[in-house]
Design a protein around this ligand. Structure first.
Ligand SMILES: *[C@@H]1O[C@H](CO)[C@@H](O)[C@H](O)[C@H]1NC(C)=O
Length: 253
């Protein structure tokens, strides 16, 4: 898949060491602030496109100059050669689904290259503080925060039901089946965040629809199981950045 390169400003932000998932306490409040900041950014207004459905958001006040191209290049090195990066074991991965507008399930796995792989998936099926989007007409969809070995701090926000989409995010899409779908993942890094709009980064769209070499980070969806009782199981598998995949050469020592 293709990652573009563009000059941007990079800010510094304090990131505490990893804590067991889900995130709580002072770190949770810090991530909530950063998530709110990302949410105020729109396409071409602070969200910098790295690829289709993949964005870079700068945290806090800009403090120094570096290249979004560095992040794009790092992600390109991590995923660019794969046709189906979501199913490549050498990548960090997230598998998620919902059923009947609830039953949020997620597991991530850390790739060997992260240095933090235990060989086991980090499974959050019974580990959500918030899952359903209650009364979408009047409320924003909730945001769940996790920290996983090999992945780092990230949030998950489902952005659509079969009837509503979250107005503060661009290019949202209603679910193809009854339920809750299309999460935005935000990976919080020192000074910036990587935003993955999973529904836009699909690998199963007709090749060439977006750009010549686009294969997307997500696949194996949107319907994962249409035969289980309780409604369609909807979700995707995605390749996601390992905690160290998008380290900037210019900030490493
Ligand atoms: C991964 O392991 C390294 C080395 O032990 C550690 O410094 C780092 O904080 C870990 N990161 C995550 C996200 O697990």
């Amino acid at each position: 898949m293709k990652f573009t390169t563009a000059s941007i400003l990079l800010a510094t932000a304090a990131v505490a060491s990893a804590v067991p998932a889900p995130v709580s306490g002072a770190r949770l409040r810090e991530l909530q602030d950063r998530h709110t900041e990302v949410e105020t950014k729109r396409q071409a207004q602070g969200l910098i496109a790295l690829s289709v459905g993949v964005w870079l958001a700068i945290a806090g006040e800009s403090a120094g100059e570096t290249l979004a191209g560095d992040v794009a290049q790092a992600l390109s090195a991590a995923f660019g050669q794969d046709d189906t990066p979501w199913s490549t074991d050498g990548n960090c991965q997230a598998k998620f689904s919902t059923q009947g507008g609830a039953n949020c399930k997620l597991s991530t796995s850390a790739a060997e290259k992260s240095g933090n792989s235990t060989g086991d998936a980090n499974t959050h099926d019974n580990n959500w503080n918030v899952c359903p989007w209650i009364d979408p007409q009047n409320n924003d969809p909730p945001v769940q925060y996790f920290t996983d070995p090999g992945i780092g701090d990230y949030s998950v926000q489902f952005t659509a039901t079969d009837e509503y989409t979250f107005a503060r995010i661009d290019n949202t899409q209603k679910c193809v089946a009854e339920g809750l779908c299309n999460p935005r993942f935000t990976f919080f890094r020192t000074g910036y965040s990587i935003v993955l709009d999973t529904w836009l980064s699909q690998g199963d769209v007709t090749e060439g629809e977006y750009s010549g070499d686009f294969h997307g980070l997500c696949g194996n969806g949107p319907i994962k199981d249409q035969f289980s009782t309780g409604g369609d199981v909807i979700g995707y598998d995605c390749a996601i950045p390992c905690w160290n995949d998008a380290d900037l050469p210019s900030t490493s020592t």
